[in-house]
Design a protein around this ligand. Structure first.
Ligand SMILES: Nc1ncnc2c1ncn2[C@@H]1O[C@H](COP(=O)(O)OP(=O)(O)OP(=O)(O)O)[C@@H](O)[C@H]1O
Ligand SMILES: Cc1cn([C@H]2C[C@H](O)[C@@H](COP(=O)(O)O)O2)c(=O)[nH]c1=O
Length: 210
C-alpha cells in the first residue's frame, strides 16, 4: 500500500525542470520531509544504461521499440526505486514520467496516432503507478532554445529533432493537461525567476500533505 506522495515535473527541454528539482529537494528537506529526487529516462542503474541508448545511441529506433525501451526503463525504475520509496512513506519527485512518452512519442513522433496512444496507455495500465500530482512547466520555444544554447550540454536525440516536432510535443503536453485537470498543474514561467517558480510549487505540494 502507498504511504508516500508521487510528484512529477514535465515539459519540453529547457523549461527549468532540473533547476526546480534541485530547489525542491532543498526546500522540502528544510521542512523535515523525507524526499527522493529522481529522473526519467533513468533513475535506476538499468534505466540509466537505457537512457544512454535512448538519448545518445547511434542507431534510430522504430516507433514501437522506442516506446518499449522507455517503458523498460520505467518498469525497472518503478519496481526498484519508486515503489520501495513510496512504501517507506517518502515524497518522490521525478523529472519526467509517462506524460513525456505521450508528448514525445505519441504526439511528437506519431502525431497523435490512435494506435500509438493506445499502446502507451496500455503499458501505463500494466505499470500501475500514476503520479499524484504533476507540474507542467511552460516557456516559449525561443526562451527554451536560448537557455539550452547557453547551457552548453551535449545535444541528445530529442533536442536535435526539428522545430515542428517540438511544437507537437508542447501541444501534446497541453492536451494531456486538459485531459487530466485533477492531476496536472500548468505553470507558465516565462518571466518568473526560478525561486518564484519554486515557491509556487512548494505551496501546492504542502497543501497536499496531511
Ligand atoms: N526560471 C528561470 N529563469 C531563467 N533561467 C532559468 C530558469 N529556470 C531554469 N533556468 C536556466 O535554464 C537552463 C535550463 O534549465 P534546466 O536544465 O533546469 O531545464 P530542464 O527543463 O531540466 O531541461 P532538460 O529537459 O533539457 O534537461 C539552465 O541553464 C537554467 O539555469
Ligand atoms: C521520459 C521520456 C523522455 N523523453 C525525452 C525527453 C527529453 O528530450 C529526453 C530526456 O532528457 P532530459 O534532459 O532528462 O529532459 O528524453 C522521451 O522522449 N520520452 C520519455 O518517455
Amino acid at each position: 500500500m502507498t504511504k508516500g506522495l508521487f510528484i512529477t515535473l514535465e515539459g519540453g527541454e529547457g523549461v527549468g525542470k532540473s533547476t526546480q528539482l534541485a530547489l525542491l529537494e532543498r526546500a522540502l528537506q528544510a521542512r523535515g520531509l523525507d524526499i527522493l529526487v529522481t529522473r526519467e529516462p533513468g533513475g535506476s542503474p538499468v534505466a540509466e544504461d537505457l537512457r544512454n541508448l535512448l538519448l545518445f545511441g547511434q542507431h534510430s529506433f522504430s516507433r514501437r521499440s522506442e516506446i518499449l525501451t522507455h517503458f523498460a526503463a520505467r518498469f525497472d525504475h518503478v519496481d526498484q526505486v519508486i515503489e520501495p520509496a513510496l512504501a517507506a512513506g517518502k515524497l518522490v519527485v521525478c523529472d519526467r514520467f509517462t506524460d513525456s512518452t505521450l508528448a514525445y512519442q505519441a504526439y511528437g513522433r506519431a502525431e497523435g496516432e490512435v494506435g500509438t496512444l493506445s499502446l502507451i496507455n496500455n503499458l501505463q495500465k500494466q505499470l500501475g503507478r500514476q503520479p499524484d500530482m504533476t507540474f507542467l512547466l511552460e516557456v516559449s520555444r525561443d526562451t527554451a532554445r536560448r537557455r539550452l544554447a547557453a547551457r552548453g550540454k551535449p545535444t541528445d536525440r530529442y533536442e536535435k529533432s526539428d522545430e515542428d516536432f517540438h511544437i507537437r510535443v508542447a501541444e501534446g503536453f497541453r492536451t494531456i493537461a486538459e485531459q487530466n485537470k485533477n492531476r496536472v498543474i500548468v505553470l507558465s514561467t516565462e518571466h518568473m525567476p526560478a525561486e518564484k517558480v519554486n515557491a509556487v510549487i512548494v505551496e501546492h505540494i504542502l497543501s497536499r500533505l496531511p
